[in-house]
Design a protein around this ligand. Structure first.
Ligand SMILES: Cc1cc2nc3c(=O)[nH]c(=O)nc-3n(C[C@H](O)[C@H](O)[C@H](O)COP(=O)(O)OP(=O)(O)OC[C@H]3O[C@@H](n4cnc5c(N)ncnc54)[C@H](O)[C@@H]3O)c2cc1C
Length: 416
């Protein structure tokens, strides 16, 4: 008979991005031992904003982060769809003051570095090793092992690949498969506005929709900067890297002819970065033995529903709850995790792709029909989110334990 193991459950997390640190915090709160391994020498990244929608905020609150989030976040008044050339409003969905009642939490805009800092504040006391790259993982039946580029190994009851779009853990489990370039690239930039306010940038989540492209502007840093995500269709992404420095001139040239407010905002940018947007098809399983995936490693998606970080945070919470419930029964915990998370993340992946098509319609007739549909839906229900994301925001990962052991409701996926 196997001797019972008397040491606490131990989890190794590969990747200290948003999903990895969210999982680590959720495990820490449940007294489950874990360690994060991050290849970067320091936490931090290219300045960019993140829309943290109510579904993500519910988890952040359950992780004890409501106050720090309120300090660094910005509450947008509304989500507003606009015509690229005329700035005419296509829809206006009220957010500030409405989301708590509708979805149980606020809708925030945050700087990604601020979000990462609050999610990882517990790691100041240890619990993470930086500057180590995982090169492979293996399952040994009674334990799993992560191998690093410095030759060291880490043994755990469970290894979680939270190592992003180009996940080594995913390749080791399911075979290497190149992420697909989606035919979209985007520019990201932040414009500081605390010294020179820009009255024409409204305090909303503004979606400007044009032929073959769209862009989103919103305030972050508690209102001190405007974040720009400008997406364009593009046949090829010739760069090896998936992001690279660009320039204000290149950005302005790509949006020539768009509304003067956009051009004026772009003229204030300094550090502009260009990204190729890649994704993968939904998977049917993420886990093998004592190894699983989380966040972009499991379900990379286009940012058109603003959900990649929120999905990674939800994953982290649900996985920690499953481990707290099933303890050393890792297969049961991973089964509960996948039943809860796979249908939802697959649907978000596919619907995010679909939004790319709706936002970028090239023909005036198709745009007219789309804009009429926005108006009709708004007339039927003023709270219906213009980008049709009510179902995304309504979900509450923090109640997942009530659903463990039951079959997940079938979620109809939109075919891509
Ligand atoms: C243009 C754009 C806009 C976006 N806007 C939003 C938004 O508004 N809202 C939202 O919710 N999401 C948004 N996202 C998506 C979001 O940024 C990602 O989905 C999210 O960061 C995924 O988190 P993650 O932890 O899974 O992966 P990542 O954040 O990519 O973290 C992975 C980590 O693993 C590390 N790593 C990788 N390989 C290894 C290795 N071999 N060994 C050790 N460490 C490793 C990396 O260095 C990194 O720190 C946007 C994305 C883009 C591109």
């Amino acid at each position: 008979m196997n001797k019972p193991v008397d040491r606490p459950l131990r989890v190794g997390i590969i990747g200290g991005g948003i999903g990895g640190v969210a999982l680590s915090r959720a495990l820490m709160l449940r007294g489950i031992e874990c360690h994060v391994f991050e290849r970067a020498a320091a936490f931090g990244e290219v300045g960019a904003g993140v829309q943290m929608t109510p579904n993500g905020v519910k988890v952040l609150r359950a992780l004890g982060l409501a106050d720090p989030l309120a300090k660094v976040g910005f509450l947008p008044q509304a989500m507003v769809g606009r015509n690229w050339r005329s700035a005419r409003e296509l829809f206006r969905t009220p957010l500030k003051g409405h989301c708590p009642e509708l979805y149980g939490a606020d809708f925030y805009h945050v700087h990604r570095a601020d979000l990462h800092a609050i999610l990882s504040s517990h790691l100041e006391k240890g619990g993470a090793t930086l500057g180590v790259r995982c090169v492979s993982v293996r399952d040994e039946g009674d334990k799993s092992v992560a191998v690093f580029d410095d030759g060291t190994e880490y043994e755990a009851d469970l290894i979680v690949g939270a190592d992003g779009l180009r996940s080594v853990v995913r390749d080791a489990l399911w075979g290497a498969e190149t992420a697909k370039f989606t035919g979209h690239m985007c520019w990201r930039a932040l414009v500081p506005v605390d010294k020179f306010p820009l009255p024409y940038v409204s305090p909303d989540s503004s979606f400007w929709m044009g032929p073959h492209g769209h862009l989103v502007t919103y305030y972050v840093n508690g209102g001190k900067s405007v974040n720009i995500v400008a997406v364009n269709e593009s046949k090829d992404w010739v760069e090896e890297s998936w992001n690279k420095p660009s320039s204000r001139e290149e950005l302005m040239a790509a949006y020539e002819g768009w509304h003067p407010n956009i051009i004026e905002l772009f003229s204030r940018t300094e550090n502009v970065y260009k990204w190729g947007l890649f994704d993968r098809d939904p998977m049917t399983a993420w886990s093998k033995g004592r190894i699983t995936l989380l966040g972009d490693a499991a379900h990379p998606m286009l940012p058109f529903l603003s959900q990649g970080a929120a999905m990674a945070i939800e994953d982290g919470y649900v996985l920690a709850e499953a481990l707290a419930k099933y303890g050393r029964d890792i297969p049961a915990a991973l089964k509960a995790y996948e039943i809860e998370r796979l249908p939802r993340t697959s649907r978000v992946q596919l619907e995010a792709r679909e939004r790319g098509r709706t936002y970028h319609l090239p023909s005036p007739w198709a745009q007219f029909k789309r804009d009429l549909a926005y108006r009709w839906r708004e007339w039927m229900n003023p709270n219906a989110v213009g980008i049709q994301a009510n179902w995304v925001y309504a979900y509450d990962a923090t109640t997942c334990a009530e659903r463990f052991g039951k079959t997940a409701p079938v979620q109809k996926a939109v075919t891509a």
